[in-house]
Design a protein. Sequence first.
Lengths: 389, 146
Amino acid sequence: MTASRTACIVGVGETEYTKWGKQDRTPFDLACSAILAAAADAGLSTEEIDGFASYSNDENEGIHLHAALGARVLRWTSMVWSGGGGGSCASVAMAKAAVEGGYAECVVAFRSLCQGQSRRFGQARTSRAHAGMIYPFGLFSAGQMLAMPMQRHMHLYGSTQQQLGEIALTCRENAHRNPRAVMGGRKLTMEEYLAARVIADPYRLFDCCLESDGACAVIVTTRERARDLAGKPVRVLAAAMGGPALWGAGSLGAMNQSIDDYMSTGARPVAEDLYGRAGVKPSDIDVAQFYENFTGMVLMGLEDYGFCARGEGGPFVERGSIRWPNGALPINTAGGNLSEAYIHGMNHIAEGVRQVRGTSTAPVSGAELCLVAGGPGISPTSALILAPA
Amino acid sequence: MTRAPYLPEIFPVEHMDRFEQQFWARCAQRRLMFQRCGGCGRPRNPPGHICPRCHSTAFDWFEAPKAAEVFTYTIIAHPVHDAVRQHVPYNVAIVVFPGLGDLRFVTNLLRVPSRGIRIGEQVALEWEALGNGFVPRFAYPAEGDA
């Protein structure tokens, strides 16, 4: 690949984010709006979009978006296998692969969901991988399943409820600065966090992501094309997706990944690939966006991506490391899935772009490298490192 | 004396694959059995058609040890399925067995002491009659047993 084809994100678009069920428009309608907004941000016409990339559970097929938006030629469509937000960053990885490999010129990665119109991800569904071995025991949802590795983490390493609360409070504080955030302005104290009802021990109400309706899209093109566009380009320095050996459905069904990997997000091999491709190390990262389906997965993600040692995620957050603006690694600066909106992590990518552009509502001073981590606990999970173009 | 089962029913599963059906058919005879690879002897759960280590599709079913250790657990207080709406809070645990390596089994714990569940504790297989079958759950010792 020549340097002129280096993949850059040139536009970000979002619809209004709402609580689930509050959205009258269809997910397809919202997807179109988010893509149009991303194109406007980039300063390009949707006619130019020749690729569509999304990930499991998106209902909006690229071929129909392509037709609806009146784009000229279609050159690339891809859907990443995974579940929920595991493939969020992988959709951008596919867009990067497409433009750098010369398969397409301008690929949009997107997520649109209306949980009121399709399904609520936190409720039991009629089937899932290995349902026959877990449903009969009353184990139905991701929150219940991912509570169990956190319970063991607490047992072995002494991590605490307050440390999980620190993650929830950090996201809420950042949401107060973000006018798009569904939970902006809704105060949350540690006392309120601890007093909230239990969902699946150790997860309480505010450990769990929101349920939201909305759409978010980012447009990826070559550095050469980006030069002529109005939107400030952000380089996709590295992208990776994957999971450990034998993971399969991992903690979200089979539960029989290796015991060594059990208390993790499944991102250890992804992190190794990501840093290797970027040629950087965890201490070079200025700011990060961690997909929070549940707070415990952020705590383990901080370990898996090398910001602290295994078992040290609790003390790491307790000493203020993830707080904006002065922590060693401010995270989820728009509020994340816990307090901005649950758009399956595409909103984390949008916020990563804003950090590198310097347009976040919680800007990290001098931020150059932003790590974005996709949905944890599922394989593949995925991640990006974003950098100035 | 019969008492109510821990959870009210075996929850409907839209599609059970043939190996899961074989697992539950053995449970109906009160036999908790896991697959063991016919090629290399590796035990596995959930059941499946191929050994990830040696790729053999031959297997047999072997009887699980009666004693297990609590690997981890959760107490579910927010019901996400109509069938459990009247039954929260309830526990779900993962147990491990001596000599079976990484093999883990999802179950519920019975007769949990009032001070709560602790990871690493020993529990023993106990069958609960339910509908036309039996459900394998794991119990703390009855008072006076220990």
